[in-house]
Design a protein. Structure first.
Length: 243
């Protein structure tokens, strides 16, 4: 049983409002096998901040974290990810198979895509869902976050092509000779673990043709999963395109 976490609230009112999340995280984390860190989930102004035992922390805030989630008003459609998914096709439905911190999901939403994003880690999903509840008040295009394992979820899609496009950003492999990422990413990587099923997921999606176009984010020098039909390259990453 995964019990190395605790939830704290700044006041009783927040504790009352977030009883659902206390029960959700407690139930979902029973089957999680993560590292030995002790995690604290602290609710302040109803948005949770996640801490580890080394005082590293991260918080998902779509409205106030301008560095990660600010709208790009100019040049948005020339970004590599926009090109890979087909910039200009507003209204298309995108399934993000690994929401993570939600950076790409927000970017795609700002471009006009209808975004559904999956996240299998219950603590990260909770932070995403609460952030989206605030964010969706101010946006016309809704984002839906679903707590689900991507491989299991895609097996329920059948051949109906409910989504036009698929996007997958697996956790990047560790670099042996590089500096550690910023502290919040150290915490995040420890919390969510490695995407050991990434290759199997890509193979399954490609074999079953769930999307008109499927894009996978990779480090620039990393090997591709299978044989993509093309790639869009940035400075340090690339987007492999399967159709």
């Amino acid at each position: 049983m995964f019990s190395n976490f605790k939830i704290e609230f700044a006041n009783e009112d927040l504790a009352f409002k977030n009883q659902f999340w206390v029960q959700f995280v407690s139930q979902m984390c029973q089957n999680q096998k993560l590292d030995s860190q002790v995690y604290r989930i602290v609710f302040d102004e109803s948005k949770p901040t996640i801490y580890d035992s080394n005082s590293r922390k991260f918080k998902i805030d779509f409205n106030n974290d301008k560095q990660n989630y600010a709208k790009i008003k100019s040049g948005m459609r020339t970004e590599p990810l926009a090109k890979a998914l087909g910039a200009g096709d507003k209204g298309l439905k995108v399934l993000d198979l690994s929401a993570g911190l939600g950076v790409d999901a927000i970017f795609l939403n700002q471009m006009g895509f209808q975004v559904t994003a999956l996240e299998r880690n219950p603590i990260v999903f909770m932070a995403l869902k609460i952030a989206s509840d605030f964010y969706n008040i101010e946006t016309q295009n809704k984002i839906e976050f679903i707590h689900a394992d991507a491989l299991s979820f895609t097996k329920t899609l059948g051949q109906s092509q409910v989504f036009d496009l698929g996007y997958f950003d697996p956790m990047f492999p560790e670099k042996k000779k590089s500096a550690l990422p910023k502290q919040e990413m150290v915490l995040f990587k420890n919390l969510v673990g490695q995407d050991l099923d990434a290759e199997a997921l890509v193979q399954f999606v490609c074999e079953n043709h769930f999307f008109k176009r499927f894009v996978v984010k990779r480090p620039l020098a990393a090997a591709s999963f299978g044989r993509p039909q093309g790639s869009i390259k940035g400075k340090i990453i690339r987007y492999d395109i399967y159709s």
